[in-house]
Design a protein around this ligand. Sequence first.
Ligand code: SF4
Length: 205
Amino acid sequence: MADIIYTFEGHVYLNITNACPCKCEFCIRNNGDSVGDAETLWFTGHSPSLDEIKSEIDSFDFSPYSDEIVFCGYGEPTCAYGNLISSAKYLKEKMPECKLRINTNGLSDLLNKKSTADEICSVFDIVSISLNAPTSEKYIELCHPSFGDRAYPAILKFAEECASHKDVVTKFSVVDVISPEDIKECKKIAEEIGVPLRVRNYTAE
Ligand code: SF4
């Protein structure tokens, strides 16, 4: 069984699925089997059940990381939507003061065939969405989403809906594998939606 909870550079993360509808060229999963103190982030046999996630939460000492817990692993967390929402609620019950963040590709609505921003914003304090590219064509080239040209508009719609929740911090991110001009265009899109954009450094390590 892969590590469900791991730590990396002073932060704690929940890895709840390996499923993802994308094949991003910069995906960290291409560079190794683990991150931080995890032995492996690849599940073999089955994805963790809600009971398994809860049991890991119960046995983990969150006290050094009690300011923020991040759902981000070797897969897109909204692919395990039910477990994501239930385990986030479980964490909030146990540690109401702790901020919960989700790092997502923003494709939850297409994955779950329903609008999901409201429910995600009802449990998460911070929603960080990978924008990755300034146009649908460039997104497809870089991230190869299984949803094709439906993906990029769905990400923008999801971000707009999250941004309408003023008590939630919505952010976009891009990885610096794209050109400075494309980063500039991404900034414009983020400004139009009214959310900040963070440029992440690509590391192949
Ligand atoms: S969306 Fe995230 S997990 Fe999926 S391929 Fe892209 S970087 Fe990897």
